[in-house]
Design a protein around this ligand. Structure first.
Ligand code: UGA
Length: 446
């Protein structure tokens, strides 16, 4: 059977990993993005962001011609393919609800292309959109622009994405499940067959459902993971008040209960990134719009707002007034293995430290260029972790990069003015560090 040709509109990390994933398995993929800078880089085979394992396969698929990238040519991409993925951004509005402007623009363009097409095309919404969006926003735009009927003349699915940044390319080939919400049987069958071919013998469970259930599965999944994090951070705050208590031991023991599981129970400075903060807020706003106030999720969000500022509080407990104190920050990315700083927990920390007059020097293995765009000259940038510690009064571990885990108490003692360490991501052994340094950590009782 001939492989369907695939278009991907929007090449952020979800769109690009999807595009490269299909292209690497021999599908013809045409991507399009309205950001010329991003599209130009991809045309040269260079990912516009840091994502392990992606560069080599992107280069290969561009060179062997399986992947083509266009600049702002949605209609051309749709006209030349059979299945069209929509993977554009859905940013937050000030009230937490999602901004559908990009989804709407792209839907208009796809609809116009569909009006010119004679063969059947399935449109697949991969962007994270709140329940009702595919049915009530995307579908009518496609039908009006194309003057065709969804379900007979063209297909429509909602297929949420569960990739994690930092391991997104690996996740593309190793999904726990594939969720396909469909407007009609033919659309869902088309997508199910595509995934059966893509995964081969390793096909994960495929869940066929309605458009709005698929949309909600994505938000419910991210919100539960965020809830686990805020839950364990709540326990961490209790531990800090209980002599001898340690949240790491609590989480490890809890995680052995199969009903709880060990993952997403790492206490720290809270969750960041382009997804959890935005998705929890969007689900709250959407739920309220439907007439239900989700108090649990509001608490999850509140805990996450407070959590990073605990690092500043710890600093003050150790140093008193922060004016002119040198604070070293190790880690800027919202998590390891990415250069992404969207909603990084370090942002409120640095803003608060500088507001209180501290001098901040920061280091991150890959996120420094991103940080420079956010902080400009507000902080100093070090060339290495050790360089960052030089002459510091206090060091905050803000991201758990593996290279920071190799640091020893002597590295802090030899380089800092005084070895005061705040382990915001629980990467160090308290027994080892407490002997040689002034050591405080999230979730560690005195
Ligand atoms: C998350 C989900 O894990 C993906 O399944 C989903 O596809 C993606 O959002 C999305 O919606 O696109 P991601 O944002 O890449 O992926 O990051 P995670 O690995 O989930 O981490 C999110 C944040 O939670 C990070 O700031 C991380 O440091 C924090 N975290 C994670 C903790 O504080 N503790 C933990 O135990 C785990």
């Amino acid at each position: 059977m001939e492989k369907p040709r695939i278009s991907v509109i929007g090449v952020g990390y979800v769109g690009l990993c999807t595009a490269v994933g299909f292209a690497s398995k021999g599908y013809t993929v045409i991507a399009s993005d309205n950001d010329p800078e991003k599209a130009d880089k991809i045309k040269e085979g260079i990912p516009p962001f840091h994502e392990p394992d992606l560069p080599a396969m992107l280069r290969e698929t561009i060179q062997n011609g399986h992947l083509h990238c266009l600049t702002n040519q949605t209609q051309k991409a749709v006209l030349e393919t059979d299945i069209t993925y929509v993977a554009v951004g859905t940013p937050s509005r000030p009230d937490g609800s999602i901004d559908l402007q990009c989804i709407e623009t792209v839907s208009h363009d796809i609809g116009k292309a569909l009006s010119k097409k004679s063969q059947y095309n399935v449109v697949v919404v991969k962007s994270t959109v709140v329940p009702g969006t595919t049915q009530n926003t995307v579908k009518p735009i496609l039908e009006i622009e194309s003057k065709k009927k969804c379900g007979t003349d063209f297909g429509l699915c909602m297929n949420p994405e569960f990739l994690r940044q930092g391991s997104a390319f690996h996740d593309t080939f190793n999904a726990d499940r594939v969720v396909i919400g469909g407007n009609d049987k033919k659309s869902v069958d088309t997508l199910e067959n595509l995934y059966k071919d893509f995964y081969g013998v390793n096909v994960p469970p495929i869940i066929r459902t309605t458009l709005s259930t698929a949309e909600l599965i994505k938000y419910a999944s991210n919100s539960l993971l965020a809830t686990k994090i805020s839950f364990i951070n709540t326990i961490a705050s209790m531990c800090e008040k209980i002599p001898g208590a340690d949240v790491k031991a609590v989480a490890a023991a809890m995680g052995l209960d199969k009903r709880i599981g060990p993952l997403f129970l790492d206490a720290g400075l809270g969750y960041g990134g382009s997804c959890f903060p935005k998705d929890v807020k969007a689900l709250i706003a959407c739920s309220k719009a439907f007439g239900y106030n989700p108090e649990l999720l509001e608490s999850v969000e509140n805990v996450n707002q407070i959590q990073p500022l605990k690092a500043v509080q710890f600093c003050k407990e150790q140093l008193g007034n922060l004016k002119d104190k040198n604070i070293a920050i190790l880690g800027l990315a919202f998590k390891p293995d990415t250069d992404d700083m969207r909603e990084a927990r370090v942002i409120p920390i640095i803003n608060q430290l500088t507001k209180e007059g501290a001098q901040v020097t920061a280091y991150d293995p890959v996120a420094m260029p991103t940080a420079k765009k956010i902080f400009n000259n507000q902080i100093k940038y070090a060339t290495s972790a050790i360089n960052c510690l030089n002459d510091a009064d206090c060091c905050i571990i803000a991201t758990e990069w593996s290279e920071f885990k190799k640091l020893k108490p002597k590295d802090f003692k030899e380089n800092m003015k005084q070895p005061i360490i705040i382990d915001g991501r629980r990467i160090f052994d308290p027994e080892e560090f407490k002997q040689n340094t002034h050591f405080a950590a999230i979730g560690l009782g005195e």
